[in-house]
Design a protein around this ligand. Structure first.
Ligand SMILES: *Cc1c(COP(=O)(O)O)cnc(C)c1O
Length: 359
């Protein structure tokens, strides 16, 4: 079976973990700081704040920007549930805008109609490793004085006009095992704003600025040094991993027949967290079964848009129609693109897809 995702753990990660265990500094030690500094450098920003997951990174970033009850945050419905749930955790309301069918990301032309006096932020989600159209998003945000919180959980090292994902607003990343790099579980917040960075650090640790003095409500959303050691070793391999993902994607796009392959607009660096095709004419599920039967792992990211999830409909009363989001959910299929694929694996994937579409 060719798996849809495969974390790459080498001797460096194992050695780094053992060193932490031997050091006695398991939490709040030097590895978290080193990982934060390295991650900030990777994104070309001033600060990075490590958290326990991508979800907690989003939650903390929203709180640091003062988002809470009565506020609205504009985001995509075609994403992992954490993008919108993190808004709910603060007491604010996620407001969904439809996607651009070519990029699967927020359609900037549809954002302004969703802005109300309660709107505080736009959360562009850089889905599958491709950034949103950030010039347009930033222009709208500036015109309406809105904060930008990027969900870059799938976009480590992605670029828009030579600028890294996570450097346009306050950035948030996941380090879950399926992501382009992992710390087992973990998250990262990136920012150039000294005050936001400090606020994130305080919220991450029980609202504590001075030891055991608590001026505000915070959480325990810290990253351990064990996780940071893994993340730091992975960070050193990110460019290599991404280059391999990009090359694998280029091979697939050059050889797949009868499906819509991912588009990489000019001036974007797509880092292919997922390689996602569209399958027309209601054939998606049949192709998925054919691939599984032929030993090719595949997955639908995401079969149910957030505005149609049971909790959002039944408990929160969402009752809306987002045609492009719903069409994408019915047509997309992600194929393996991870750096562990061999040339033989790539040929197997192509043969399996083409034997279905050309039959
Ligand atoms: C993975 C992911 C998250 C959440 O990250 P966790 O580390 O799993 O909490 C949020 N948003 C998107 C788009 C993701 O892919």
């Amino acid at each position: 079976m060719i798996h849809i995702a495969k974390p790459q753990m080498g001797e460096e990660e194992k050695q780094a973990v053992l060193e932490v265990l031997d050091s006695g500094m398991i939490a709040q030690g030097p590895r978290v700081k080193a990982f934060e500094e390295g991650f900030a450098a990777m994104c070309a920003v001033t600060h990075a704040v490590a958290t326990s997951s991508g979800t907690t990174a989003l939650h903390v970033a929203l709180l640091a920007h003062g988002i809470g009850p009565g506020d609205e945050v504009i985001t995509s419905s075609f994403t992992f549930i954490a993008s919108a749930n993190s808004v709910l955790f603060t007491g604010a309301k996620p407001v969904f805008v439809d996607i651009d069918p070519v990029t699967f990301n927020l359609d900037p032309a549809k954002i302004e109609a969703a802005i109300t006096p309660r709107t505080k932020a736009i959360m562009p989600v850089h889905l599958f490793g491709l950034t949103c159209d950030m010039d347009s998003v930033m222009e709208i945000a500036a015109r309406h004085s809105l904060t930008i919180i990027e969900d870059a959980c799938q976009a480590h090292g992605a670029e828009y006009k030579n600028k890294r994902a996570g450097s346009f607003g306050t950035g948030t990343f996941s380090l879950y095992p399926t992501k382009n790099i992992t710390s087992a579980e973990g998250g990262m917040i990136t920012t150039d704003d000294d005050v936001i960075a400090e606020s994130c650090r305080v919220i991450r640790q029980h609202g504590m600025r001075r030891r055991y003095y608590h001026d505000e409500l915070g959480f325990n959303f810290r990253m351990t040094d064990v996780h940071a050691a893994i993340g730091l070793a992975q960070l050193g391999k990110l460019e290599c991993f991404n280059a391999t993902r990009i090359a694998n994607a280029a091979y697939l796009s050059a050889n797949l027949k009868g499906v819509v392959t991912p588009v990489v607009p000019e001036d974007y660096r797509h880092v292919f967290h997922q390689y996602t095709i569209r399958v027309k004419n209601g054939q998606r599920d049949a192709l998925s079964q054919h691939l599984t039967a032929n030993g090719v792992g595949n997955m639908v990211y995401y079969p149910v848009p957030i505005h149609q999830q049971t909790f959002y409909v039944n408990e929160l009363g969402y009752d809306m129609h987002l045609p492009e989001t719903e069409r994408a959910a019915a047509e997309v299929l992600s194929l393996p693109v991870h750096p562990a694929l061999s040339q033989a694996d790539l040929e197997t994937i192509v043969a399996a897809v083409n034997s279905f579409t050309e039959a």
